[in-house]
Design a protein around this ligand. Structure first.
Ligand code: IMP
Length: 200
């Protein structure tokens, strides 16, 4: 059973491959060239379905040679209470500059504009898991606080400013293994793993 990830984000793919072991995980870009995915949904779940369906459609000519497979997408982001739950589904595009560092700086700047140096926040990961016959969606959440001083060099995206509930370190200060035991993505992928075991 191949699990084809509807993403080219290497950070996400590494985390998903680690959590879904021993399943064989690959990016769809190992099979076809990157396709334009129009994330026009209004929720994480809608965008996850759009990503997975777009990739499944693009993979159609290759289906006879793929063997047993499933397409898995992850639409995720950070919702910050004192910023009216922004950046939310716009997490990857928050600064309009398309890079993680600029997004993180923009979030810190917005906190400052709201006279806050921290805020309750949560990460959400919405997954869509589909094959030619079925579509399933599942969610995972990680609650905590965002702070205005980035710490740590691990992880990606907003990890350096996010401190999970009941802990004192940011997600970028803990190891890859530790993050992937508690993360929003891990919590959603637990459910995906059960379905994959059933399908294989
Ligand atoms: P997507 O690729 O449209 O799902 O956008 C996801 C964006 O949310 C990423 O570019 C990051 O900015 C942020 N994000 C999602 N998951 C994480 C995480 O685990 N850590 C830090 N940032 C994340």
């Amino acid at each position: 059973m191949k699990v084809i990830i509807a993403s080219s984000n290497q950070h996400k793919i590494q985390e998903i491959a680690y959590i879904l072991q021993p399943f064989r995980v690959m990016s769809y870009t190992e099979i076809i060239t990157e396709c334009i995915i129009n994330e026009k949904g209004t929720t994480f779940e809608e965008n996850a379905i759009i990503k997975a369906q777009t990739v499944l459609k693009a993979l159609k000519p290759h289906i006879p040679t793929l063997g047993i497979f499933a397409v898995l997408s992850d639409d995720s982001g950070l919702c910050v209470k004192f910023l009216d739950n922004k950046p939310g589904i716009l997490s990857a595009r928050y600064s309009h500059q398309g890079d993680d560092k600029a997004n993180l700086s923009k979030l810190i700047q917005e906190l400052g504009m709201h006279n806050r140096d921290s805020s309750p926040a949560y990460f959400c990961s919405a997954l869509a898991l589909l094959n030619e016959h079925m579509t399933y969606t599942m969610h995972g959440y990680l609650h905590g606080m965002v702070v205005n001083t980035p710490k740590g060099n691990n992880g990606f995206g907003y990890d350096p400013i996010f401190i999970p509930q009941n802990t004192t370190k940011t997600l970028a200060e803990i190891s890859f293994e530790e993050k992937n035991k508690i993360s929003h993505r891990y919590k959603a992928l637990r459910h995906a793993k059960v379905l994959l075991k059933y399908w294989q």
